[in-house]
Design a protein around this ligand. Structure first.
Ligand SMILES: Cc1cc2nc3c(=O)[nH]c(=O)nc-3n(C[C@H](O)[C@H](O)[C@H](O)COP(=O)(O)OP(=O)(O)OC[C@H]3O[C@@H](n4cnc5c(N)ncnc54)[C@H](O)[C@@H]3O)c2cc1C
Length: 410
């Protein structure tokens, strides 16, 4: 039995190594000059390779199609990733938020371990080889056409990734293969993505810690997260914003929002309005003649003050002893609910993961085999699955790869 795996990312390399390790001939085709280009940039070059938790808890971190992933994650839970890496010379450590990294802090060590695993099991890795077509005759896999040859095979595993960070090779080719072979493609959208908002002039680079960001859709709060966020030159980013974006994108279709979306930031979540009012009064009374814009710097970052005062409709030069009770109430409310209209999501190419892809209702969740074409499998980000930050997405790539590899060995 000859298996061709298309795509040398986490999913493809792991799958190929398992298939060859089980005794089947396996050819891995990667269009780049090396494998694992995306893995190299994961976790800011450190690769947050999985999330330290049980299979059950892992599924809570999956945003799209957690039910579909249940079997895959139970078959290959986070501990299996840790065990695999440890037994292949990559000790791991667990950091804040149950994020698992290699002890060396080098994504490259993870890529090398996977590559060594694949090569030592006998996988034939063909680099600079772009698959152009998957050939099916009478409903059966016949082979793949690459940029320079036809490779006959019995099974094909498509591990071509999503459509974000296309410079790493993930250009959405797998969607075209799947579509041509009759599969439904759920619209690819940005997930774990920055949000474009108005009114952030002068804030680029400002990072806020210990704040709560809430997503409001058509006037209703849909989710909120506590932690760290960042202002960019045209919007909001950072961990809690990325997390919110993976739910906000449900209201994003055809490149625009279909609902009114806002993000409201509580700059002082540890204080209720009464405590905050007392704090303000204390600050005001210590310098009664000072301009409010100067007094507020004790409460929040300087660069945020013009925006807070503008949203509270208070003149920045107003002396604090002239601030009325109503103005103070408005100010308090703004500090607890600094609100930005979300105009757009960052381009799909800049998203950490792609939501959408091959419709999982046409895929067997135990084997990742297409329900339409025997011997055709889809693994990793090419599927319509996505999860929060924290090591979930690489784990999904490995777990789905494990399912397909096992099935190819049956
Ligand atoms: C900046 C960034 C940081 C991230 N950090 C993390 C993190 O720390 N933890 C985490 O869990 N997730 C992280 N992710 C997400 C994670 O990297 C991906 O979800 C995961 O790597 C997907 O693996 P994959 O194997 O499915 O696809 P990919 O890694 O995208 O691999 C697909 C491969 O297929 C190849 N290919 C595509 N088309 C063809 C073709 N026609 N012929 C031949 N080869 C082809 C591509 O060149 C590519 O090498 C991050 C993503 C980004 C962009």
């Amino acid at each position: 039995m000859r298996v061709v795996v298309v795509g040398g990312g986490a999913a493809g390399v792991f799958c190929a190594g398992l298939v060859a390790g089980g005794g089947n001939e396996c050819i891995l085709l990667e269009k780049n000059e090396r494998i694992g280009k995306k893995l190299y940039i994961t976790g800011k070059g450190r690769c947050n390779v999985t999330h330290y938790c049980t299979a059950r808890d892992f599924l809570d971190g999956v945003v799209t199609n957690a039910k579909f992933l249940t079997s895959a994650i139970y078959q290959f839970p986070p501990q299996s990733t840790i065990d695999f890496l440890e037994s292949h010379g990559v000790p791991t450590k667990v950091e804040r938020g149950d994020r698992v990294f290699p002890v060396s802090d080098k994504a490259n060590d993870i890529i090398s371990a996977f590559e060594k695993f694949a090569r030592s099991n006998g996988v034939q890795i063909k680099l600079n080889t772009s698959v152009k077509d998957i050939v099916v005759e009478d409903g059966k896999i016949v082979g793949v056409k690459t940029n320079n040859e036809f490779i006959p095979c019995d099974r094909v595993v498509v591990a071509t990734g999503g459509k974000s960070y296309s410079s790493t090779g993930s250009t959405g080719d797998g969607y075209a293969f799947a579509k041509k072979l009759g599969h439904n493609i759920i619209e690819p959208k940005p997930a774990l993505s920055a949000l474009i908002v108005d009114g952030v002039d002068g804030l680029a680079g400002l990072s806020l810690k210990n704040v709560t960001a809430m997503a409001i859709v058509d006037g209703k709060s849909i989710d909120s997260h506590f932690g760290e966020m960042l202002f960019t030159h045209d919007g909001l980013s950072g961990p809690i914003i990325l997390t919110l974006s993976s739910l906000i994108n449900r209201y994003y279709e055809g490149g625009k929002f279909i609902s009114q979306v806002k993000v409201s930031i509580d700059l002082k979540p540890a204080l209720d309005e009464e405590q905050l009012d007392k704090r303000l009064l204390r600050d005001f009374s210590s310098t009664p003649n000072a301009a409010i814009k100067n007094v507020l710097s004790a409460l929040c970052p300087k660069s945020l003050i013009p925006i807070i005062l503008s949203q509270a409709r208070i003149t920045p030069t107003l002396a604090v002893n002239s601030v009325t009770k109503a103005q103070r109430a408005k100010l308090l409310n703004t500090v607890k609910h600094l609100t930005f209209d979300v105009k757009d999501m960052a381009r799909l190419d800049f998203a950490i993961v792609t939501k959408g892809g091959v419709d999982v209702s046409q895929i067997n969740p135990k084997t990742m085999e297409s329900k339409l074409i025997k011997g055709l499998y889809f693994v990793g980000e090419v599927l319509d699955v996505d999860a929060y930050t924290g090591g979930y997405n690489v784990q999904i790539a490995l777990a789905t790869a494990n399912c397909a590899a096992k099935a190819c060995l049956e």
